[in-house]
Design a protein around this ligand. Structure first.
Ligand SMILES: NC(=O)c1ccc[n+]([C@@H]2O[C@H](COP(=O)([O-])OP(=O)(O)OC[C@H]3O[C@@H](n4cnc5c(N)ncnc54)[C@H](OP(=O)(O)O)[C@@H]3O)[C@@H](O)[C@H]2O)c1
Length: 297
């Protein structure tokens, strides 16, 4: 039996990696990209360049999108929307859960099935054993395409709600981006004392990479948070809050940006103000769940 044809729209680093992975697995792949020359390499490797988005939709029942955001999907597929009927669109672009839900309704309105997803590895790792991706949307539609999607990375279906996969993707990126900013903040802080970035990053790396082991050496924090338990015998809110105060003061003294340390400090101050100073540091989750001031969008 010949391999399922796939259309892939969007040829940034991620889209190109997915095309190569699908070609290597024997799938006929049709591509389209706004900037046509970005297709040159994958066409040389066996992909077929469609003349238009409508032609790209016509080429395969399964259409994968790898775009900067969901607006790009409307920009590309909006004028070709009549060609969506009967297609399954798997949008692997980043955006908010609400935009993913709106897009699912939009696609359904044009007679297309819609699955949203997020690939959890950088482009060079697509198709490797380390790759995995979250999906959400109609389970039957997802299951029908699971074998093809599994080429890209281990697929995990989270549920029918189109927003779920985006939420999980963004939750991962929340940890990732905040951690990267913390690493750069600490690098700038050390730089204020003449320590080079090369030295700083090297010194900081054990903390950066050691956090999982530190968490596992303590309690199993997830179930405890679910149970509303925050036993404070290791790292209390008060102790961590004092350190957060010191980081803000040191950053101010060093003249580096205060936004990130002040945000961290605010989590601990809120828990202390709520009378939770003796609890484990995980207690800060309560204040994050119920901010006192309305969150700005
Ligand atoms: N790169 C990674 O390692 C990685 C990892 C995980 C997830 N992701 C996600 O995967 C998606 C693609 O990533 P990427 O790195 O390949 O991104 P990228 O280099 O920014 O490529 C984005 C693609 O979107 C197209 N595009 C953007 N705006 C458009 C518009 N208004 N109309 C038409 N086309 C538009 C670009 O077309 P042009 O070529 O014409 O500009 C390009 O094909 C993103 O949502 C990203 O968050 C990426």
């Amino acid at each position: 039996m010949s391999a399922t044809p796939v259309t892939l729209i969007g040829l940034g680093p991620m889209g190109q990696a997915m095309v190569r992975t699908l070609l290597a697995a024997g799938h006929p792949v049709t591509v389209w990209n706004r900037t046509a020359h970005r297709a040159d390499d994958v066409v040389a490797e066996g992909a077929t360049l469609a003349a238009s988005p409508a032609d790209a939709l016509a080429a395969s029942e399964l259409v994968i999108l790898s775009l900067t955001d969901y607006q790009a999907m409307y920009d590309i597929l909006g004028p070709a929307a009549t060609a969506l009927a009967g297609r399954t669109v798997v949008n692997l672009s980043s955006d908010t859960p609400d935009r993913a839900r709106e897009a699912a309704a939009w696609a359904a309105g044009h007679g297309a099935h819609f699955v949203t997803g997020g690939v959890m590895v950088p482009a060079p790792m697509v198709g490797t054993g380390a790759a995995y991706a979250y999906y959400s949307g109609p389970r039957g539609v997802f299951e029908a395409h699971r074998p093809v999607l599994a080429r890209l990375g281990a697929p995990r279906h989270l549920g029918e709600d189109a927003g779920l996969a985006q939420l999980m993707y963004l939750a991962h990126l929340d940890v990732f981006l905040t951690s990267l900013s913390a690493l750069m903040h600490a690098t700038a802080l050390l730089g204020s004392a003449g320590i080079t970035a090369a030295e700083a990053v090297s010194e900081l790396m054990p903390t950066f990479t050691g956090i999982p082991a530190m968490l596992q050496a303590g309690e199993d924090i997830g179930p405890q948070i679910d149970a509303g338990e925050h036993p404070g015998h290791l790292s209390t809110v008060t102790m961590m809050g004092a350190t957060a105060d010191h980081i803000v003061a040191a950053s101010g003294g060093a003249g580096v940006d205060l936004a990130l340390p002040r945000a961290v400090q605010a989590h601990y101050r809120r828990a202390i103000a709520d009378g939770r100073g003796k609890d484990n540091w995980t207690r800060i989750v309560d204040g994050i769940r119920t901010p006192r001031t309305a969150p700005a969008g």
